[in-house]
Design a protein around this ligand. Structure first.
Ligand SMILES: Cc1cc2nc3c(=O)[nH]c(=O)nc-3n(C[C@H](O)[C@H](O)[C@H](O)COP(=O)(O)OP(=O)(O)OC[C@H]3O[C@@H](n4cnc5c(N)ncnc54)[C@H](O)[C@@H]3O)c2cc1C
Length: 536
């Protein structure tokens, strides 16, 4: 095992996303002319405005609080200026962006504190407990289910500390014999991969938010990436965790597997900052792939493509990437709007990707190709696959461009067993169309596949009207109710946050909800950690 003590990578608040948009401002672009005219034939276009010059609510914390926090992390790592507070207000769901665009900064934290390591996190928690301050762990800030919205009043607390983990960005240890690496939680996806690449290793977790989301955030939300078919969900990559809680430290993961009672790592994976702050994550790593091949397949229908996915999953023939768009999403092709009208835009488009050694990829590709052909798929070659790979992180920029011209765009996801897939698909689509009315487009894809079932990921586009947020919130409620009625999960990978909390008890039962409350009471007796998030 090698211990790594790297110099601190960054002390400033970076990399940054503007609070009203996604990603790198330099990559923001107006809609390409062709796409704009196409969008204009479907939706009424109206230029929208963004309120940037808005006063934040006055900070609730006194100078004593700020001074006390500065004693722990250093004065330069405690910030209460408006710009910093605004940058740490909420996450990146469409409602979050619409509220920011409209100048609603009601959920702004009072102060942003940037600890440099586990001990400082623990000391901040002690201070916050003593002074009754809410603490909201902040990783990449890409939450989409209201996970960064603490309600201090409801919890009887004096104010909100955003605990920005962005200074904790080291590769702490690497064990090349066991293939594990211990990472600090503030590392963004590309930073973690770059550090591992120095050892010819990789993690292989590529959610669409990869460029900005953090290692701690992946663990805290049980994230799932676009290569989940081959590399698994993030929670399956986690070997060990170190967590700071208001009642002390928890270290878990002393062996690759054990029978030492229930697996307590699962208490913290998906705990969304409500049970503790994840300060170290030990993950299993793998050799970097020698080759990556992505290709397209066309199916006559979404149903036919889904049946082929199920056949692959149940025959233990999973490629690294496996995703299938329904007919509507295939026609629009979000990752590559320029391809609208092409051959690959007919029927249901499947993307199949293979990564690994040449021999392993050759072998897998041969057997998967034979299986897909025998099931009636039409190979489209590498072009659609390469285009998908190239544009895989671009859709969030397109969302901003559409919001700019008055089109409401949002996504939601769920998961169910194969036998219930069609029922779930039909119900959620109908709920969204009925709620948003004429001119609504509901697109869907499957991107996480298991032998027993899959997730469904919906993208909704509709005329935004005068108040897109007021149009979206009832539609989201209708979709959540349809998911519950269909007996599916309220979330496959976006987590619970505050948005899905009303539906959690239906999924885990009243006893399950009481177990969560009991864990919360034990680990966080004063209730300072992310109050209002996750726990029903
Ligand atoms: C455009 C877009 C695309 C997305 N695509 C995907 C996708 O493909 N797959 C997917 O799974 N998700 C996706 N998401 C959702 C989001 O990126 C994930 O939930 C991600 O894991 C959040 O990581 P983060 O670092 O941004 O966490 P944050 O947004 O900072 O925090 C998320 C939650 O975790 C808590 N938290 C953060 N760090 C810690 C920590 N160290 N300890 C304890 N609690 C912590 C926070 O308090 C909050 O409740 C997407 C989001 C957007 C906006």
């Amino acid at each position: 095992m090698t211990e790594h003590s790297q110099p601190e990578i960054a002390t400033a608040l970076q990399p940054e996303m503007p609070p009203t948009r996604w990603g790198d401002p330099a990559q923001a672009a107006d809609l390409p002319e062709g796409v704009r005219s196409l969008v204009g034939t479907v939706f009424p276009l109206r230029d929208t405005s963004v309120c940037l010059d808005v006063a934040l609510p006055p900070a609730r914390l006194g100078t004593d609080h700020v001074a006390g926090l500065a004693m722990i992390v250093g004065e330069e790592h405690v910030r209460a200026d408006d710009v910093t507070r605004r940058l740490r207000t909420r996450g990146k769901s469409t409602p979050d962006l619409l509220r920011q665009r409209g100048g609603d900064l009601g959920d702004a934290p009072d102060v942003v504190v940037r600890p440099g390591g586990h001990d400082e996190v623990a000391a901040v928690l002690d201070f916050a407990q003593e002074h009754r301050l809410a603490v909201v762990p902040f990783g990449g800030g890409t939450a989409v289910t209201g996970g960064l919205v603490a309600d201090p009043d409801a919890a009887g607390l004096a104010g909100v500390v955003s605990l920005d983990l962005g200074r904790m960005r080291r590769l702490l240890a690497i064990d090349t014999v066991s293939s594990t690496a211990t990472l600090e939680p503030g590392l963004r996806g590309p930073e973690a991969e770059a550090l591992l690449a120095e050892h010819s290793l990789m993690l292989g977790h590529f959610p669409q938010s990869f460029e900005y989301a953090s290692i701690g955030g992946f663990a805290a939300t049980r994230s799932s990436g676009q290569s989940s078919a081959g590399y698994g969900r993030f929670d399956t990559m986690v070997v060990g965790l170190r967590v700071a809680t208001p009642v002390g430290e928890v270290r878990l993961g002393s062996a690759p597997a054990n029978a030492a009672g229930p697996d307590l790592r699962q208490v913290f994976l998906g705990s969304e900052g409500a049970f503790g702050v994840i300060t170290e994550v030990t993950v299993r790593v793998r050799p970097r792939p020698a080759v990556k091949r992505y290709e397209g397949w066309r199916w006559q229908s979404f149903t036919a493509g889904a049946a082929a996915m199920r056949a692959l999953a149940q025959s233990d023939l999973m490629p690294t990437v496996l995703r299938l768009s329904d007919e509507a999403e295939t026609a629009i092709n979000l990752a590559d709007p320029e391809s609208i009208g092409e051959d690959s835009a007919q029927g249901a488009l499947m993307i199949v990707g293979y990564e690994g050694s040449v021999a392993a990829v050759d072998a897998k590709q041969a057997v998967v190709t034979a299986t897909l052909q025998s099931l009636g798929g039409t190979p489209l070659g590498s072009a659609p696959g390469e285009r998908w790979a190239e544009g895989r992180f671009n859709a969030p920029y397109l969302r901003d461009s559409l919001l700019d011209v008055g089109v409401l765009v949002e996504t939601l996801e769920t998961a169910t067993f194969w036998s219930n897939r069609d029922n779930l698909y039909v119900r959620v689509k109908a709920a969204l169309e009925e709620s948003l009315g004429e001119g609504t487009m509901v697109l869907c894809h499957i991107s996480h596949v298991y032998p027993t079932g899959c997730s469904l990921y919906f993208t909704v586009a509709a005329p935004g009207g005068e108040d897109p947020l007021a149009r979206w919130l009832p539609a989201k409620t209708a979709a959540c109710e349809a998911i519950v009625a269909a007996g599916a999960s309220i979330t496959h990978h976006h987590a619970v946050g505050t948005d899905h909390k009303p539906y959690l008890t239906a999924e885990i039962g009243v006893v399950g909800a009481e177990v969560l409350r009991a864990v919360k009471r034990t680990l966080d007796p004063v209730g300072i950690l992310n109050p209002g998030v996750l726990v029903p």
